[in-house]
Design a protein. Structure first.
Length: 259
């Protein structure tokens, strides 16, 4: 059982009050903790500082409003508490991978990108990788059966936002491998997109199977990274949202394919 189950109540509270100011003091008071203690256990449980998690949820809300409403980009920024259009656009672009207006427009081409992937016949089949330094390899499984594509990447933070430092797509469960990984600290994230999904299902990936490493993966020039055994699962309440545009990652993969 996860530690600090009271954090689940804080997460639910954040969701209910996302359109209101949520300073650290308010969140800590909700569970009757000091701000220091609350911030420490929240990060230990979720992997992110509380206020960073709040900003993440607000950007997820912005993605939702961009696709489900005709609100202007400026009004959506105001809706999530960003007084400056420039600040909103910059933060959205950094963490989603495209600008707010570009994200809104990708709804028209996202399904075409998924169909292009479904029609691919030349996927590189990966065999178990030899153990060597600066390589992160492993096996990906799933608690639920599905037919589709898996997007997997290494990120700088324990949340799938911004372009992965290393990333690829897989045609099925099984082996994955990242080679020539620069020394550093990484978090492994993956999600699946079923072939039958519509654009909205993966542009706003609330229900896609997913997995993430809560502990960092340390890469050095000399040590061998242990084999990573990861399992896709249905979303948990404490999983951070998938901010990076999955359609963008699909397109980048397609663009790298031999013509």
């Amino acid at each position: 059982m996860d530690r600090y189950t009271e954090i689940d109540e804080v997460i639910a509270y954040i969701h209910r009050h996302l359109d209101e100011p949520l300073p650290l003091s308010r969140l800590a008071n909700h569970v009757a903790y000091s701000q220091y203690h609350f911030a420490r256990i929240f990060k230990e449980r979720i992997g992110l500082p509380p206020l960073y998690y709040v900003s993440t949820m607000r950007l997820q809300r912005a993605k939702d409003l961009l696709l489900r409403t005709n609100m202007s980009v400026r009004d959506i920024g105001l809706e999530i508490g960003q007084q400056s259009l420039g600040t909103f656009s910059t933060r959205f672009t950094e963490r989603v991978g495209v600008s707010p207006s570009e994200f809104r427009e990708t709804a028209q081409v996202a399904e075409d990108r998924l169909r292009s992937l479904q029609q691919l016949t030349e996927w590189t089949r990966l065999h178990p990788a030899p153990e060597r330094p600066m390589t992160i390899a492993g096996t990906i499984e799933s608690t639920e059966p599905f037919q589709g594509v898996i997007l997997i990447g290494l990120f700088a933070k324990p949340i799938p936002e911004g372009l992965p430092l290393y990333g690829t797509l897989l045609p099925s469960l099984g082996n994955f491998c990242f080679t020539n990984v620069k020394p550093g600290t990484y978090y492994l994230m993956a999600t699946s997109v079923a072939w039958g999904m519509q654009a909205m299902d993966f542009l706003l990936p609330y229900e896609t199977l997913r997995t993430r490493s809560k502990k960092p993966i340390i890469v050095t020039p000399t040590t061998i990274v242990p084999h990573q055994q990861v399992t896709l699962h249905v979303p948990h309440p404490d999983d951070p949202p998938i901010l990076i545009s999955l359609s963008l990652l699909m397109n980048r993969f397609i663009q790298r394919l031999p013509q």
